[in-house]
Design a protein around this ligand. Structure first.
Ligand SMILES: Nc1ncnc2c1ncn2[C@@H]1O[C@H](COP(=O)(O)OP(=O)(O)OP(=O)(O)O)[C@@H](O)[C@H]1O
Length: 316
């Protein structure tokens, strides 16, 4: 059993979580541990299972297999308590459109016992919103800000953002990123940020988990990423995609190709390039490049398994 004081330091603990929808596997044995105080990024291709995982955290789905603890509690059995302590913002325009901003604030104040009215007024002002604004008449960006206001004005212990920036302009996205940083600068608060915008994830997150077909295939900090991977640029004599032990995620065409070196998969002799491949340069790995290479590697090994050994068509 996990000791009580260890649980206090974990905001989210998911063990062996699996979920199918009418026989289609959406989550497949997910293990996830998010420490209190972390800004944790969740990334993955469309359909990887990010939203399904998040729906278990907010108690809107019950675990079919495995267990979920949020702030030390089962979010389904203790939904009132858990929901009062988390803030949640999704890409979906799910606010009640018939309400005015002021009514939304009054409603939220009644729901959240730790509602901070002064903070709500400050946010209202800094987001350029007015209590009289009808939600249906606001732009998508302003409606997202109204959603953000009610997600953070009770100073949640855990802020969960599921694709909050999709389709928003840069200023609305900046407001969301600043809210993330502000939330965590308050002691002991935690953020889970699911996004396709890797540059934003890179800017704010200390740890990133990559999901693919219902599994978390890698969790890494930026330091671990740099320690394990690097990118190489190569000149290739015959113009075909190189094949080098310990290097994957090849991208390029004709004579210039870049690949991602996984130092853990290199032999003790280090990087061994064939005579037809000339190393031009090495560079630090970016989150974007790691994502493309790892997600492509997974897709390619899936294709190999399902297509009787036929190779995938991606540049991997
Ligand atoms: N209510 C549902 N009924 C049937 N299938 C579902 C349901 N919710 C999710 N799925 C399926 O589960 C899988 C995971 O979907 P999910 O929305 O969790 O992925 P995602 O990583 O959030 O994708 P995206 O980045 O596109 O939002 C997909 O194959 C999806 O079609």
């Amino acid at each position: 059993m996990t000791p009580i004081n260890a649980l206090d330091h974990v905001a989210v603990e998911v063990q062996n979580l699996s979920r199918s929808f009418r026989g289609n596997v959406a989550l497949d044995g997910v293990d996830l541990s998010i420490p209190v105080g972390s800004i944790f990024g969740l990334v993955g291709l469309n359909g990887a299972g990010k939203t399904t995982l998040i729906r278990h955290l907010i108690g809107s789905l019950t675990a079919q297999v495995g267990s979920v603890r949020v702030l030390g509690k089962d979010p389904v059995g203790n939904c009132v308590d858990v929901l009062a302590r988390i803030g949640y913002l999704t890409e979906e325009d799910s606010l009640p459109q018939w309400m005015r901003v002021g009514e939304l604030i009054d409603f939220s104040r009644a729901v959240y016992r730790d509602w901070d009215d002064d903070y709500a007024v400050k946010l209202l002002d800094s987001f350029g919103l007015s209590r009289n604004d009808r939600l249906s008449s606001l732009s998508k960006g302003l409606r997202a800000r109204a959603g953000l206001l009610v997600a953070i004005a009770h100073r949640p212990e855990l802020l969960i953002l599921d694709e909050p920036s999709s389709g928003l302009d840069p200023l609305a996205r900046r407001d969301i990123l600043e809210a993330i940083i502000r939330t965590v600068s308050d002691d002991g608060r935690t953020v889970l940020f699911s996004s396709h915008l890797l540059e934003e994830v890179d800017r704010v997150c200390d740890t990133v988990a990559l999901m693919s077909t219902g599994k978390i295939i890698e969790t890494t900090t930026n330091d671990e990423l740099q320690e394990r991977y690097e990118e190489i640029v190569c000149q290739v004599e015959d113009g075909s995609k190189p094949s080098v032990d310990g290097v994957f995620g090849w991208q390029g065409s004709e004579n210039e190709w870049t690949g991602v070196v996984d130092r853990r998969n290199l032999s003790t002799a280090g990087l061994q390039l064939p005579a037809s491949v000339k190393l031009i340069s090495k560079r630090a790995i970016t989150l974007d490049r790691w994502f493309a290479a790892r997600a492509g590697q997974e897709a390619s090994s899936r294709n190999e398994m399902t297509d009787n050994g036929e190779k995938g068509r991606s540049n991997v």
